[in-house]
Design a binder for this molecule. Structure first.
Ligand SMILES: *Cc1c(COP(=O)(O)O)cnc(C)c1O
Length: 458
């Protein structure tokens, strides 16, 4: 039986700070106090950084973000799928305080500590597959992806890396090369790393034919291109997000991922699942590849791993992780003890509060409301996702032409009404919903009502 989270259960579950779980709008967004600070932001902070909502945060927890003007905004983004356990989750805070008082840094490669090892043990246990696994800890999702490539190249002694259209893997030089979308991630930042080959993605909404045909034909194209254009024996790794995040929550049709994994296995290629966005319960499984019972050779994680602290990991086959020469991997801060303590708190929260199941409860509520909207509003082209990771792709009515204007209007309307939703998509026409997995159900429903209202006013 699934328990659903209400405001009452939220406080009795001791999941986060005691902030009233309500939507409350006291000023226009941004309010006067936020406006003042945002002025300072423009003076002091590089203009290159985006800002999804122009507010200044005072506190956050459960399903809300409270700004310095006293507005309480429903959080449908979780800091981009990071605070799956909510902000300042009790177990995260307790572990962090204890760790900060004990020691803050020794560098794991200088003098090791238990927390790092325990996070690796947890990752080796939680990731799918019964094979012997090991892990290495890093600072960011991009760094995890970079290290997965290092490991795959060291293990296979091959150079090439296969990635996909609409894929997102980060903003470092190697991961920019792997990321598909030029603007804003790559424009003017080249030259990029070599030996990265981009393949078509199985994207049923933009494929003529049914989902099964999309899986089969795209897989055929991909394997043909790998064999003819790269040579399978030159490929170190195939890297794919089991559900593409920044690309617009593109869910490959059933069969595509297992087919790729099999091709990789048959050709001695390391199959890497980039679960940086989909991991830690987000999609209604601990990891998204479990939806199709695929065992990845390596899994990259970050975002949801540590309740908001910077931590990332590569987890996978022990023989691959151990194929790198001694001292070949590492970094000054990777697996920082405070971040590890936070991760152990976040992982305990996910397991003890059954948040994986809660992601499915959230998913059902979202899908019901979104399917209803899709019937009413012709700008909605498709609803898709898994668990608490759902998206709305917007189109010009009667076509599949992207409608980014409608997306911007819906997002702006929601912001003014105190609901934070995020954009995504290669064509900037996708609204993505990623609430914290501890959002009280009444807030989730209220947010969906506001989104419905936003479509009605288009
Ligand atoms: C966010 C993301 C990354 C990059 O993570 P950072 O921590 O921002 O470096 C890589 N892969 C996927 C799938 C992501 O969603």
């Amino acid at each position: 039986m699934s328990k659903t989270i209400t405001s009452d259960t939220l406080s009795s579950m001791n999941i986060g700070p005691n902030i009233p779980q309500e939507r409350r709008i006291l000023t226009a967004i941004p309010g006067p106090k936020s406006q003042e600070i945002i002025k300072r932001r423009s003076e002091a902070v590089s203009a290159s950084l985006g800002m999804a909502i122009p507010i200044v945060v005072e506190k956050a927890g459960g399903g809300v973000i409270v700004d310095i003007d006293g507005n309480s905004i429903i959080d449908m983004g979780a800091g981009i799928a990071v605070v799956n356990v909510g902000n300042s989750a009790d177990r995260v805070v307790e572990n962090v305080i204890k760790q900060v008082q004990a020691f803050t840094h020794t560098c794991f490669m200088v003098a090791p500590y238990l927390g790092y090892i325990e996070v690796c043990e947890a990752l080796n246990r939680l990731t799918p597959g019964t094979h012997k696994k090991k892990s290495v800890l890093l600072n960011s999702g991009a760094e995890a992806v970079e290290n997965a490539i290092k490991i795959a190249r060291a293990y296979t002694k091959r150079p090439a890396v296969v990635v996909f259209e609409h894929g997102y893997h980060g903003r470092t030089n190697l991961t920019m090369a792997m990321t598909a979308k030029n603007m804003p991630y790559k424009e003017g930042f080249g030259p990029f790393a070599s030996e990265i080959y981009r393949m078509p993605m199985a994207y049923p909404f933009r494929f003529t034919g049914d989902a099964q045909k999309c899986a089969v034909e795209t897989l055929e194209t991909v394997t043909h291109k790998i064999e003819k254009e790269i040579g399978a024996r030159n490929v170190a790794a195939i890297v794919i997000e089991p559900i593409q995040g920044e690309g617009g929550f593109i869910v490959p049709p059933k069969g595509f991922l297992p087919g790729l994994a099999k091709f990789a296995k048959d050709n001695g290629i390391v199959f890497v699942a980039d679960e940086v966005q989909t991991g830690f319960g987000r999609t209604g499984k601990m990891f998204a590849i479990e939806h199709e019972n695929v065992d990845a050779d390596l899994i990259t994680t970050a975002k949801g791993i540590a309740g908001g602290f910077p931590l990332a990991a590569v987890t996978g086959r022990a023989e691959m992780l151990d194929s790198v020469h001694a001292s070949g991997l590492g970094g000054t801060f990777g697996g920082n003890p405070v971040a590890c303590a936070a991760a152990l708190g976040a992982i305990a929260t996910i397991e003890e509060e059954d948040l994986v199941n809660q992601a499915n409860v959230i998913g059902e509520i979202m899908v019901t409301a979104l399917a209803d909207m899709a019937k009413k509003y012709s700008v909605i082209g498709e609803i898709r996702g898994a668990g608490a990771m759902q998206a709305i792709e917007l189109i010009k009515p009667g076509t599949i032409e992207p409608n980014s204007e409608a997306m911007s209007e819906v997002i702006k309307y929601c912001q003014q009404k105190g609901v934070l939703i995020l954009s995504a998509g290669t064509y900037s026409n996708v609204i993505r919903l990623l609430p914290p997995l501890v959002i009280p159900v009444h807030l989730l429903k209220e947010a969906l009502e506001i989104i419905d209202e936003a479509f009605a006013t288009l």
